[in-house]
Design a protein around this ligand. Structure first.
Ligand code: SF4
Length: 318
């Protein structure tokens, strides 16, 4: 059964062994303490273990993927016992259940023949591919942000994943509660700077789409497609520098010269890796409030949701 929804909190699917459930083939877990403790303050987890939930025992024979793809087979590494049918049958039912789970993303165990995103070994070719459960998950939820746990140790990957899951969450909430053209205009306005950090080109396409919106269903579908494509492009130090310079432009005429120069120096220091983005954002928030910049006061880039910001600083520490 899907876990009951707690409103407001972000809901993430997670490979159950990462939360400390002893479900691996050897009866052990792959606990990431930061997920179980600190991330749990902000996230409602929906743990899934494809191998045990499809009926395999603990402990069990280690299984692996055998190509050629895309019709990979899951087989025991010693006996060759084929459990593909069992896994596929369960996965199809599980994905129906996950439609109702309101997930905003999924953290997957790297290297697993079931859960891996890009790191499951195809024993036939030696190539790394997606695990069997994950390849079905991707097909069923092509816009859902997915990541392997090991990559979240890198702050840039973590920030990009957090950007993606919170934008996805707000988009799903918008579709559920509003879905109007007026609501889309407002959604787009509040996300402009986040999208700019990911793709200036797609921001422009999205802007044109919103400006010429007529047929609601077609526009929403196209907007979602472009939004997903934009958010899949990683924001970098360079793209954030561009956004910060754009933001500084709002205060060019109102800031005293000394503060204007200090802001420009801060942005330069950030672009050279000598200052954190948070230090500049803190100044920009202050200026947005001081000069009552209504447009900026609504930007999620400057004012993220309360639970979003702390998660950026909690590394899984692998
Ligand atoms: S990697 Fe996936 S299938 Fe393997 S034990 Fe963890 S949750 Fe279960």
């Amino acid at each position: 059964m899907a876990e009951k929804k707690k409103p407001g909190r972000i809901r993430l699917g997670v490979s159950a062994c990462l939360l400390g459930q002893p479900v691996r083939y050897d009866g052990k877990d792959k606990l990431i303490p930061a997920f179980k403790k600190r991330w749990s303050r902000f996230v409602t987890w929906v743990p899934v273990c494809p191998e045990t939930e499809c009926g395999l025992t603990v402990p069990r024979e280690k299984i692996g993927l055998f190509g050629p793809g895309p019709a990979f087979r899951l087989k025991g590494l010693k006996t060759g016992k084929d459990v593909t049918g069992q896994m596929v049958h369960w996965t199809e039912k599980k994905l129906d259940e996950l439609v109702r789970a309101n997930l905003s993303g999924f953290i997957l165990k790297s290297g697993s023949p079931s859960c891996g995103l890009t790191s499951a070994l195809d024993y036939s070719s030696g190539v790394l591919v997606s695990g069997l459960f994950t390849s079905f998950l991707q097909r069923r939820f092509p816009d859902l942000p997915l990541v392997e746990e090991k990559n979240l140790a890198y702050s840039e990957v973590r920030e990009n994943f957090l950007d993606r899951i919170f934008v996805y969450k707000r988009w799903q909430e918008f579709l559920e509660k509003d879905g109007s053209i007026g609501g889309l205009v407002s959604f787009h306005a509040r996300h402009k700077l986040i999208i700019m950090a990911h793709s200036v080109r797609l921001l422009s396409l999205l802007g044109n789409l919103v400006a010429s919106a007529r047929n609601k269903a077609a526009v929403l579908a196209q907007y979602q497609k472009y939004l997903t494509a934009a958010m899949k492009k990683p924001a970098t130090g360079k793209t954030h520098t561009n956004v910060l310079q754009h933001l500084a432009g709002y205060f060019k005429k109102v800031l005293p010269q000394e503060e204007r120069e200090r802001l420009a120096q801060q942005i330069k220091a950030y672009s050279q890796g000598a200052l954190s983005r948070e230090e500049i954002l803190s100044s920009l928030r202050h200026y947005a409030r001081r000069y009552r910049q209504r447009y900026l006061l609504q930007q999620f880039y400057l004012f993220p949701e309360p639970e979003e910001w702390p998660l950026r600083f909690i590394s899984p520490g692998l």
